[in-house]
Design a binder for this molecule. Sequence first.
Ligand SMILES: Cc1cc2nc3c(=O)[nH]c(=O)nc-3n(C[C@H](O)[C@H](O)[C@H](O)COP(=O)(O)OP(=O)(O)OC[C@H]3O[C@@H](n4cnc5c(N)ncnc54)[C@H](O)[C@@H]3O)c2cc1C
Length: 294
Amino acid sequence: MINYNKIEKICRKYGADFEINAPLALYTTFKIGGPCDFLIKINNQELVSEIVKSEIPFRILGNGSNVLVKDEGIRGAVLLFGRDFANVFTDNENAYCEAGANLTSVCHTMRDASLTGLEFAYGIPGTVGGAVYMNAGAYDGEISNVLVYAEYIDEDGVIKRLNEGFSYRKSSFMSAKRVITSASFKLQKGDKAQIAAKMEDFMNRRRDKQPLEFPSAGSTFKRPEGDYASRLIDVCGLKGFSVGGAQVSEKHAGFIINKGNATCKDVLKLTEAVKERVFKETGFMLEREVEVLG
Ligand SMILES: Cc1cc2nc3c(=O)[nH]c(=O)nc-3n(C[C@H](O)[C@H](O)[C@H](O)COP(=O)(O)OP(=O)(O)OC[C@H]3O[C@@H](n4cnc5c(N)ncnc54)[C@H](O)[C@@H]3O)c2cc1C
């Protein structure tokens, strides 16, 4: 039995906003997912530590841009990292970002401070916490290349730091119940105009190639060794293939999009059908990048 009075009391103590029965579709870029019992808008580190120590069951959400929330939603609490915990500071060549800061505004701050090294992250629609967890990357860059340490709350509610255990779209945060609260990055002094031009170039490439006009969670599958998921899906003739409201994008075969009213079940069915067909026709076993929550 989940003690909701206890969660509410902790939230009030820290002045954190919360929502009961929050429709998670509104908190994911896929616009899919049922409600969660208790959504807590994280506003400081001690709040996280107290929730962890309280042993209330919880899941974590950043901008919801790499998750597929089940249609039945999530029981227990969801810790939402967003604008209430999103400070970004720079000091010389170092940057310190709270976990809820979104990568777009972090990149703007770095550009304004003439710091180079994070341009690759411009246009990835996630938070700092989600990007560290996923070791997000693009255009030959990835978070772990510039990370000095990530600060997190461990299973006992204790604050710790970590700077190892990263590989392609993987981090050691995936195998343990740890809540990332901030990240520190090491960058270099650069030329503001060049940094801005690089960011703009990356954003234009995204606009050209990605179906940004539809809800999605970005690339559905990881890049298999020796090829590209989008190329493999394309050669199997799967562009436009759909199940219910979920469709393999006609613009970019690596994206599954929500054409309208797609359910989590539609996306999962489509994902499995794509994997099966690609394996049968090319011998590559695709692995899902998007995480299922619920
Ligand atoms: C249009 C589009 C383009 C994209 N392009 C790219 C790209 O180029 N490269 C790329 O790598 N990804 C890309 N993505 C995927 C996604 O944006 C990234 O994986 C991003 O880092 C996820 O961050 P988030 O805050 O949205 O995390 P969420 O989706 O909210 O969460 C993802 C996972 O991280 C966990 N998590 C989130 N915050 C924390 C925290 N504070 N502590 C512990 N765990 C946490 C969640 O529990 C979940 O398991 C794209 C997505 C879209 C929709």
